[in-house]
Design a protein around this ligand. Structure first.
Ligand code: ATP
Length: 871
């Protein structure tokens, strides 16, 4: 299964979109050919049944079949039965049982041959049911009511401070025991439903905390699979474990299991727009199944996914299909089916992203422990009595620990067992710390609008300005034995992509260096001159199993940090020290390995900094990265205020002039707005985006911030553009609900060549367009002519952000009635290096709006309704 990181495309050729969830149209497309012949075939095989079936209701038909089989069982109407009975002289049940085993095998073989359906109508499943005692009996099950109802009364969305797992665990365990002993998938589904039904982040976290607590106390062995399933992954990004399901596997399963034909599946998909919702509808309409579903457990589902991922080679398609079919058969009720299918499509849409899960884990382990563990817990009563701020402090301390562990070692397989053993405590940081050949999550840089903002932010501090190269970030691990691993920014293993870098490592490693973790930017270069080449050139490099002799695109590693040396983590050392070690202990190799070009400066050196910035952009760098050199933990931090001496050398940004500028200054000077900023750290903070690393990009000198948006729909162009899609509707991502919220239509920044390629990619009826509006896209405006399958991220510039009555992006975050939209959105470039789950969030958009408000509150512009939809 692809994790968000695996969906990143940089490590692949930019044309492909490997992990974009396939829509059912795509699956159905593959079925079209069979669609015509299959019903005819089924009809031939079961003509008698089908004709009769058409006159009966599903229930009547199911009962009729059951009666026939009961009769068969009692009388034995086949010669085979008779001979077996006379030969073996065994009891009737045994004989029938054997027959049914054979029948089951046969039915498995022909898959849906005996699933009787009529187009557009879901009817009956005929499957002999292996009974618990190993005997096979046929039984009639009402599919709808077979759902596990035991969990449905547990108030999982209650506050964890009042929720008492112990009240429910006895009952649950009794129920689980009857079904094999482990926590049921029903409990997970129940929580998915609750999470999906709320927009409230607090409720989402509470629900997850309570779920985790029930699992920790009731069936700790299911905790790890629970966490994987809830985060829609089965392995960390650096371990390649892909489901690799063929496009048609889910549609086949829906046909096999629910008795739908291609046409009705397509119709259903057109209506509901999401594979999981199709499964929900299909299961809802399926009134009876003659095979009692074997209740799904969390562990069972997870293991099935791992099995799907591990099944390779000849015949793997069939094996995978059987597992998918079985999962869907065993899903009790529509909701379980919905989430099984969403899980298989790798698009769970419950918003339980990494951060939410880490928060939930940290809280759950403050309140619950598994039987037998002896770490201390917090008392619910005491926590309830605390003031809001004190409670927040306790939560956040635990959160920090869990997040810090996961940032250094981002693998639940490592984190969960230790949590179960010792809970959330400082020792967790030691037991679950940095390790060689496990990538840590990289530290990130905050965006600044321009050099003057950067200089203002870093007043009074020494910093290093470095070229911001346009390549691929690489984390290089090397152990005592010389084994090398190279990881991408998104933690994928890419050692195979860079055999030339691997071969270079022994040469750069100075005497006295045994093991290390280093970070740098890999950039395509001219091997002779060392001239930098574009990111595009780098992305043409093959990505897998590259033989060293076949390397055509030469690269240079520009190192910028050292995080681990000779068995010791360096994360807590100041940047100046880490950089000193890097530059003194490793050896440069011309045009293959060197340091990022840098200068050290303070805010007083604005002219030098400007000159350096210009040099960087002249040699095709994206701009500069600016990093705090030393820690000053006790020094007072100056307040945020423009210093004319600092900004004099920096040209004023185009849109920060006149009235707006004065207002901005006035706003900054308001006493209540003066805040003391946190001390900027020079330590390496994995997975954090702090102001101690600032990015100043050349694009920003002409615009404010940019947004990474997802194209979701479009209209036919007018006039010259009539052959293309224009305008194109773009959306931000709501991290909590998983939905995509439309934010603007864009008509500018596109070249004709772009339009042409775009039209070819999102060709009507093609693989990349959907049959209708997907339910997870929020857009209340006019009707687009085409809905794209969301899969790309485009970087967009814009003039400013406005409140809008039409667009729902970030609704509820800045206004209850209005969303946010962009004025004059302009396409800058495709972000081939980003997957859709890395697109800008509604929260981020709301943050930009607030920032805009603080800087230049311009009532007229902001209150002007953004009702010019084509703007
Ligand atoms: P981010 O990586 O910060 O989330 P992003 O993916 O949009 O955002 P950019 O805005 O392009 O990336 O900037 C950060 C990236 O710049 C780093 O991940 C790294 O690959 C690259 N980079 C180039 N030069 C440097 C440098 N000297 N120091 C740190 N990063 C650098």
């Amino acid at each position: 299964m692809s994790s968000p990181a695996k969906k990143r495309k940089l490590n692949s050729n930019s044309k492909s979109s490997p992990a974009a969830p396939r829509n059912l149209d795509y699956f159905f497309g593959k079925q079209q050919q069979n669609a015509l012949s299959q019903p005819a075939k089924n009809q031939e095989e079961h003509s008698g049944e089908t004709v009769e079936a058409s006159n009966l209701t599903d229930e009547e038909f199911a009962r009729k079949l059951q009666a026939e089989w009961d009769q068969e069982a009692a009388g034995g109407n086949s010669a085979d039965h008779e001979s077996k009975q006379s030969e073996g002289g065994e009891g009737l049940n045994t004989t029938i049982a054997e027959d049914n085993v054979e029948a089951a095998a046969e039915i498995e073989k022909v898959s849906n041959a005996r699933s009787i359906s009529s187009p557009g109508k879901i009817s009956v499943q005929i499957r002999p049911e292996p009974s618990a005692k190993g005997k096979n009996t046929l039984s009639l099950q009402a599919a709808g009511s077979a759902e596990d109802t035991i969990t449905s009364n547990i108030p999982f969305d209650e506050s964890p401070l009042t929720f008492e797992p112990a009240k429910y665990i006895g009952g649950l365990q009794g129920h689980w025991a009857a079904e094999g002993g482990n926590a049921s998938y029903a409990i997970l589904t129940r929580c998915f439903v609750l999470v999906n039904s709320t927009q409230s982040r607090i409720k989402i976290v509470d629900t997850l905390v309570n779920l985790l607590r029930v699992i920790i106390e009731g069936d700790p062995s299911s905790l790890l699979p629970t966490v994987w399933l809830a985060t829609n992954a089965i392995s960390p990004p650096y371990i390649s474990l892909e489901l690799g399901l063929g496009g048609s596997a889910i549609s086949k399963a829906l046909k096999n299991v629910c008795g739908l034909d291609s046409k009705s599946l397509k119709a259903l998909y057109d209506k509901v727009g999401d594979a999981g919702d199709v499964a929900f509808e299909a299961k809802k309409k399926q009134s009876f199944t003659l095979r009692k579903p074997k209740p799904l457990t969390i562990q069972g589902v997870y293991q099935s996914l791992v099995k799907i991922a591990n099944t390779q080679g000849t015949g793997s398609g069939e094996i995978k299909q059987r597992i998918v079919d079985r999962l869907l058969q065993d899903a009790r009720g529509p909701e379980e089916s919905r989430y099984i299918v969403r899980t298989l499509c790798q698009h769970l849409r419950i918003g339980a992203v990494k951060t939410t899960m880490l928060i939930a884990l940290s809280r759950a382990f403050l309140l619950s422990k598994p039987p037998g563990a002896d770490f201390p817990l917090k008392s619910q009563g005491e926590l309830s009595a605390l003031k809001k701020e004190s409670l927040a402090e306790i939560w956040s301390k635990a959160e920090e620990i869990v997040k810090a562990c996961f940032a250094k070692r981002p693998n639940y397989n490592d984190l969960i067992p230790v949590l179960l053993e010792i809970g959330v405590c400082d020792e967790l940081l030691v037991r679950c710390g940095l390790a060689l050949h496990i990538p840590l999550r990289p530290m990130l840089g905050s965006i600044t609008r321009d050099l003057s903002e950067m200089l203002t932010k870093l007043q009074g501090r020494g910093f290093s300005c470095e070229y911001k190269y346009d390549g691929q970030r690489a984390q290089v691990h090397c152990d005592n034995e010389g084994k090398v691993s190279i990881f991408s920014r998104h933690l994928e293993l890419m050692t195979d992509k860079y055999p030339d870098l691997v071969a270079m490592i022994p040469k750069i490693r100075g005497d006295g260096v045994s093991s290390f973790i280093m970070e740098g930017e890999v950039v395509a270069v001219d091997q002779e001159s060392g001239d930098l080449k574009t990111f595009q050139t780098l992305s043409n490099r093959a990505r897998k199993d590259v033989a060293i002799g076949s390397v055509k695109v030469n690269v240079c590693l520009f190192a910028f940090d050292l995080m681990y040396l000779n068995g010791e983590p360096l994360l807590d050392r100041p940047f100046r020290e880490r950089r000193g070690l890097l530059r003194s202990l490793f050896t440069e190799i011309p045009n293959q390995f060197t340091w990022v070009k840098s200068i050290d400066a303070t805010s007083q050196d604005s002219e030098t900094v400007l000159e350096f910035f210009k040099n960087a952009t002249d040699v095709k760098c994206e701009g500069i990265m600016v990093k705090i050199l030393d820690n000053l933990p006790n020094a007072p931090i100056p307040e945020l205020e423009d210093d004319p001496a600092i900004t004099k050398a920096i040209p004023e940004p185009a849109n920060k002039t006149g009235k707006g500028r004065k207002k901005a200054k006035a706003a900054e000077k308001e006493p209540e707005k003066k805040t003391r900023r946190k001390a900027l750290l020079s330590t390496y903070e994995p997975d954090k985006r702090l102001d101690s690393w600032l990015k100043v990009k050349k694009d920003y000198s002409t615009t404010f911030d940019t947004l990474d948006l997802i194209p979701v729909a479009a209209w036919h162009g007018q006039g010259r553009k009539s052959k293309w899609w224009s305008p194109i509707l773009l959306a931000v991502r709501n991290e909590e609900t998983g939905s995509l919220e439309a934010v603007c239509k864009c008509i500018s920044g596109f070249t004709d060549a772009f339009y042409k390629a775009n039209k070819e990619f999102y060709e009507e009826g093609g693989d990349h367009v959907l049959g209708g509006k997907p339910s997870y896209v929020d857009y209340e405006g006019g009707h687009p002519d085409v809905w794209f399958e969301p899969q790309e991220v485009w970087e967009m510039a814009f003039a400013d952000i406005t409140l809008s009555p039409v667009y729902t992006a970030a609704i509820g975050l800045v206004s209850d009635e209005r969303g946010l939209s962009l004025r004059f959105p302009r396409f800058l470039k495709k972000r081939d290096d980003k997957g859709i789950d890395e697109a800008s969030t509604s929260e981020f958009l709301a943050g930009l709006w607030r920032k805009q408000e603080e800087k230049a509150p311009n009532k007229e512009a902001l209150e002007e309704a953004h009702d010019d939809e084509d703007g």
